[in-house]
Design a protein around this ligand. Structure first.
Ligand SMILES: *Cc1c(COP(=O)(O)O)cnc(C)c1O
Length: 386
């Protein structure tokens, strides 16, 4: 299916809404029935019938069709955040006594689910360095139920060989879940490589304007139905119709925004790599990136995140550099129109800062939609301060 068709036509039936070019926001909590027979059949399958907007809703359904097609998946669910997509996908698939193998340092709220919530219900997680498939294989136990992946991650960009992990998991009946937020389906299609469930924070590139929170989960209908019935409905994690509408709007320009961001990022990486105050630049498509070959093999592109290792001796020096920037906001998240910076030191007590620990000197940059020259000039003057 052409991406242009998916983004401009699929799931839209304009004759249903006055030939309006843009789909309506169906802002309703519930839907009325004309017969008991209709009501009974609706109760049996709330994932494909309009009953109540905690389940599905027509505006959300247009989005589901498009997101499933983009991922080459049977179906898609949309949540009110990426974190709730993670929570529901995992919770619906474990029971007491089960074991999870996860890549080390996954997204923080995945880690908190594994570390703080699941152990109370008898589900334990082993973290491994996922850059080697053998590490994942060695951590498997008879009771391993889920392999949780994030490729690349969003600070140091370690990848997993998705086809190899999928093969390993399939042979043992283990469910694979990937956080694909970094790539979006445009730059990586996990289902084509054999991964069962793919999720992403739609707050990032799909929303694209830093004005809404959402999460997407794609995969086989039967798996999603279980997650929908057991978790999405129970936790009330549905996306509201207006937010779904904002994501539909974001999708129209997703390919252009990603292309722009990735082009600008390559220019910024090139500039930063030759700068004497920067020890190293981490970026998955860079020729010096350790897993560049795997990145080129399983990804179609690299987005707007990159991480710099600063030559700095003190916490104060990193803070001075950070706030000398005028065009980069200091903020979490990414994927919007605005460029951002998030130094590791920012979240640390200055007394704990140790320049000998490389991680303390890392700063993640997100490159937004601004011009490359504009951003590079800003970095230039701030690095002088450093
Ligand atoms: C932001 C993010 C999430 C969580 O998404 P929210 O929409 O903020 O809940 C999950 N994974 C990654 C990699 C993220 O960057």
């Amino acid at each position: 299916m052409d991406i242009s068709y998916i983004l401009n036509e699929l799931g839209e039936d304009r004759s249903q809404y006055f030939n309006a070019v843009v789909p309506p926001i169906i802002q309703t909590s519930n839907f009325a029935f004309n017969s008991f027979a209709d009501l009974r059949s609706a109760y049996r399958d709330e994932m494909s019938t309009y009953v109540y907007s905690r389940g599905i809703n027509p505006t959300v359904d247009i989005l589901r069709r498009k997101l499933a097609a983009l991922d080459g998946a049977e179906d898609a669910l949309v949540f009110n955040s990426g974190a709730s997509a993670i929570y529901c996908a995992v919770m619906a698939n474990v029971r007491s006594g089960d074991h999870i193998v996860s890549v080390q340092r996954p997204y923080i709220w995945a880690a908190r689910l594994f570390d703080n919530v699941l152990p109370r219900f008898g589900v334990l997680t082993t973290y491994v360095d996922g850059t080697l498939v053998e590490n994942i294989e060695k951590a498997l136990r008879p009771e391993t139920r889920i392999i949780y992946l994030e490729s690349p991650n969003t600070l140091t960009y370690e990848l997993q060989d998705l086809a190899a992990v999928a093969e390993l998991a399939r042979a043992r009946g283990i469910l694979t879940i990937i956080d694909n937020s970094y790539c979006t389906p445009l730059y990586q299609k996990p289902h084509a490589l054999g991964i069962d469930l793919s999720l992403q924070s739609a707050t990032k590139y799909i929303g694209g304007h830093s004005d809404t929170l959402a999460g997407v989960l794609t995969g086989p209908k039967a798996l999603l139905k279980k997650i929908f019935d057991e978790q999405l409905l129970n936790t009330g994690s549905h996306i509201p119709p207006f937010d779904a509408w904002l994501l539909l709007r974001g999708l129209r320009t997703l390919p252009m925004r990603l292309e722009r961001v990735s082009q600008t990022t390559r220019q910024v990486v090139k500039y930063l790599k030759q700068h004497p105050k920067i020890e190293r630049v981490l970026y998955p498509f860079d020729e010096d990136f350790p897993q560049r070959e795997l990145a080129r093999q399983q990804m179609n592109g690299a987005g707007g995140l990159l991480t710099i290792l600063l030559k700095a001796d003190s916490h104060a020096q990193i803070e001075r550099f950070t706030f000398a920037l005028h065009c980069f906001l200091v903020a979490v998240s990414w994927g919007g129109h605005e460029s951002l910076i998030l130094p590791q030191a920012g979240g640390m007590d200055p007394a704990d800062f140790d320049p000998a620990v490389e991680r303390h000197r890392l700063a993640r940059l997100y490159i937004g939609l601004e011009d490359a020259d504009y951003l590079i000039r800003d970095l230039e003057q701030a690095l002088e301060v450093l």
